[in-house]
Design a protein around this ligand. Structure first.
Ligand code: PEP
Length: 360
């Protein structure tokens, strides 16, 4: 029973190390002038706030050199949608990883299903692309995902495991630098999207495959994005899964209001402290040297939860998965019963966050 509670608290309270990311994939859309206008508009939309996730825009090659200096690099990273599998030379029409990096871009999407399907990109070609991207200081956003027939034949795990071979011969150090994006091909640009449960299931599988290959710590620190018809209206539920760390966004990245609507789903990270009597509440976004006290509090909270006679908690302990919102209620009840505690830590992390002890 204690294990279950430990897992729940780890999910809801522990500050996760991996980043939440919202990355746009503009594909072959926007002229240079239109792209510049879109980047400027996004930059302005984020000017007065700090997003609670990393924001990336991946643009056609020709936009990179113009867009990179236009955006505030502290808030928006810029990336390419592809790069060559060769270093340099007589490869007419290709753009190398070094050229992408020379524009100031920091990311590159590799292995997108459209590149695999229309341009014959294989596991072997992608191995070379990933290595060249890393050698040139770019962060690959490496895409994997099954087509509809594979999903219908329940082969999705097999398919993504095979696609991961392109990045599984990297050293652990190099692998730690990449971002993964699970994109079911049947959901890309189709308006269909994986259900939150489908997304969580396969993201957890991908993380377990990474853990098997590189160990739990690296797996826990790997951001795995979901992509496929993400919109502000469906992203919240998708992102609230513990193994979904944001999205790779196609169509909705072409309109600032939609893209920003998705970015805004990552709520403010905050911890709420109170004093022993509970009357001096402090909100901060960093636990800092209070972390040890928060750990003590966590132990006390576990004990309290064990004492709570609560239907939802019972359901959870019996193996069901109540919604995060329901769990927040349970945890809030438990924290409110912990009176004489030195630290109350609250909203753990962003969209996965729970306001354990707030006045709202
Ligand atoms: C994509 O191309 O990576 C993608 C997810 O597209 P869309 O959001 O339009 O489905």
């Amino acid at each position: 029973m204690n294990n279950r509670i430990e897992n729940l608290l780890t999910l809801l309270i522990k500050n996760k190390m991996r980043k939440n990311i919202v990355a746009g994939n503009w594909k072959m859309n926007k002229t240079l002038q239109e792209g510049i206008a879109l980047a400027k508009e996004l930059n302005e939309a984020l000017a007065n706030e700090k997003p609670n996730c990393d924001v990336i825009i991946c643009t056609p090659f020709i936009h990179l050199a113009s867009v990179t200096p236009l955006v505030d690099a502290a808030k928006i990273g810029v990336g390419a949608e592809n790069c060559a599998d060769k270093e340099s030379g007589a490869y007419t029409g290709e753009v190398s990883a070094a050229m992408v990096a020379s524009t100031g871009a920091k990311y590159v999407i590799l292995g997108h299903s459209e590149r695999r399907a229309y341009y014959g990109e294989t596991v072997e070609i992608l191995k070379d692309k990933v290595k060249l991207a890393l050698a040139n200081g770019l962060t690959p956003i490496f895409c994997i995902g099954e087509v509809l027939e594979e999903r219908e034949a329940n082969k999705q795990n097999e398919v993504v495991a095979a696609q991961l071979a392109s990045v599984f011969d990297l050293s652990a150090e190099d692998f730690s630098k990449i971002v993964l994006a699970y994109e079911p091909v049947w959901a890309i640009g189709t308006g269909k999207t994986a259900s939150p449960a489908q997304a969580q299931e396969i993201h957890a599988f991908i993380r377990s495959a990474v853990a098997e290959k590189y160990g739990k710590e690296i797996a826990d620190n790997t951001s795995i994005l979901y992509g496929g018809s993400c919109k502000p209206s469906n992203a919240k539920e998708l992102f609230s899964n513990p193994d979904v760390d944001g999205g790779l966004i196609g169509g909705a990245a072409l309109k600032v209001s939609d893209f920003k609507g998705i970015i805004d789903l990552f709520e403010m990270k905050a911890y709420i402290y109170n004093d022993e009597k509970g009357d001096n509440i402090t909100v901060t976004d960093d636990l800092g040297d209070m972390a040890d006290q928060a750990a003590e509090y966590r132990t006390e909270l576990i004990e309290k939860i064990c004492e709570l006679d609560d239907d939802l908690m019972m359901q959870y302990l019996e193996g069901e998965e109540p919604s995060v919102d329901d769990m927040k209620k349970v945890l809030r009840k438990a924290t409110c019963e912990c009176q004489a505690i030195p630290v109350c830590c609250g909203t753990a992390y962003r969209n996965k966050g729970c306001l354990l002890y707030t006045s709202d």
